[in-house]
Design a protein around this ligand. Structure first.
Ligand SMILES: [Zn+2]
Length: 387
């Protein structure tokens, strides 16, 4: 007997979509889940993130001892984008005639996080877990820096975790590897002066222009490719400097976004940037700084473990269709959760929602898929942990 009907499941998703968590305010969703867990005597703890009163993680556990299965989803969402192009209210879950539930975060990924929370309660109430622990970790800040996952990692919540499932939207196939991401800010410092007397100042733009030129030249010679993840990418995407046409600029900066793979990872990019910095700084007076401000490493596993095999085979039975193991170019909280884990670690990303729906206008998740995932997790987790 299930505790939650499909209507109950949709109500929970609807409630947390109404709580707006655009890169902030995750604490209200954490409090909502805490209240829900309290109703079923599941203890949970709210952990503040980024020294903020409004950004918080939530952790809850059932069972005891090892092995520990970590299950995780994030509570933040991205902005609505162009609000006028939405056909639905972004923060009110709305069902269309095809049975799709629309709202910001419906796919990415309040449906996944809600499905995990509901499954935790179902398993506790059914008493079906007789070995090990399920640790539910809901995070803040996934969409920008993964600050919530970083907090869990730093506070030791991953130390005893033997296997990790992340419920990001991937309903068409369990994911076992993904790219990393990195943002670097390069700043050039100069000295302002009137443009008629440039010798009294130092132009910050020129060294930055050299930097960009040398960087692109060096990167064009990087020739690496992973069979599964493809090539890394590097793009200069923002540039700023100076503020008046007849003043020598004392400041210029450029931002770069990278997508990384294990064969050319975040450290390799940082090294490359620092080599170029040294080269440009050989000229007199140049002062550059290289500052990585988003740093999420790629996640690679061999996919040769019980968690991913159990997930794939039970999914085929449960959903009655073929599932291939796959990869994604997106990045998840696993970049921080798995910082100390190696390629043999048991990791899978598998959750409700089509990955193409993430960050879209009129974002949706299928009602059937979402409600089925609650039941899928409810059966999968004890099946994986029980001896
Ligand atoms: Zn997501």
């Amino acid at each position: 007997m299930s505790i939650f009907s499909d209507e109950d499941k949709v109500k929970v998703l609807s409630d947390i979509i109404e709580i707006q968590t655009i890169n902030d305010n995750e604490i209200e969703v954490a409090q909502y889940f805490q209240q829900l867990f309290n109703n079923y005597d599941i203890e949970s703890k709210i952990i503040n993130v980024e020294g903020s009163n409004t950004r918080a993680n939530l952790v809850a556990e059932i069972g005891s001892g090892s092995p520990v299965l970590g299950v995780s989803g994030h509570m933040d969402v991205v902005t609505t984008g162009d609000r006028d192009s939405w056909n639905y209210e972004p923060f009110k879950l709305t069902e269309d005639e095809d049975g799709n539930l629309h709202g910001r975060g419906s796919a990415d990924m309040k449906s996944g996080t809600a499905a995990l929370a509901l499954a935790l309660i179902e398993i506790k109430e059914a008493g079906t877990l007789n070995n090990g622990t399920i640790r539910f970790m809901a995070t803040a800040g996934e969409e920008i820096t993964s600050s919530g996952a970083e907090t869990f990692y730093k506070q030791g919540y991953m130390n005893d975790v033997d296997a990790l499932l992340i419920a990001e939207p991937s309903q068409d196939g369990p994911v076992y590897t993904h790219k990393g991401t990195m943002d670097i800010r390069v700043t050039s410092k100069g000295k302002s002066a009137h443009s008629s007397m440039p010798e009294l100042g130092f132009n910050a733009i020129n060294p930055l222009a050299d930097f960009i030129h040398y960087l692109n030249e060096a990167y064009s010679k990087v020739d690496v490719k992973s069979d599964i993840l493809g090539t890394p990418t590097m793009n200069g995407t923002v540039i700023n400097g100076g503020d008046q046409v007849n003043s020598i600029p004392d400041h210029a900066e450029a931002l770069f976004n990278m997508r990384t793979i294990p064969d050319f990872d975040n450290e390799d990019f940082e090294k490359l940037f620092n080599q170029i910095k040294e080269r440009v700084e050989q000229a007199k007076g140049v002062q550059l700084s290289v500052e990585p401000y988003v740093n999420r490493v790629p996640v690679y596993t061999t996919a040769n473990n019980k968690l991913i095999k159990d997930t794939q085979s039970f999914a085929q039975t449960f959903f009655n269709k073929e599932f291939n193991l796959t990869s994604t170019t997106a990045t998840t909280d696993a970049s921080f959760f798995m910082k100390d884990k190696d390629e043999d670690f048991s990791f899978v990303m598998f959750g409700p929602g089509d990955p193409g729906q993430a960050h879209q206008v009129d974002e949706y998740v299928s009602k059937t898929v979402y409600t089925q995932f609650v039941d899928f997790y409810t059966e999968l987790f004890p099946k994986y942990l029980n001896r």
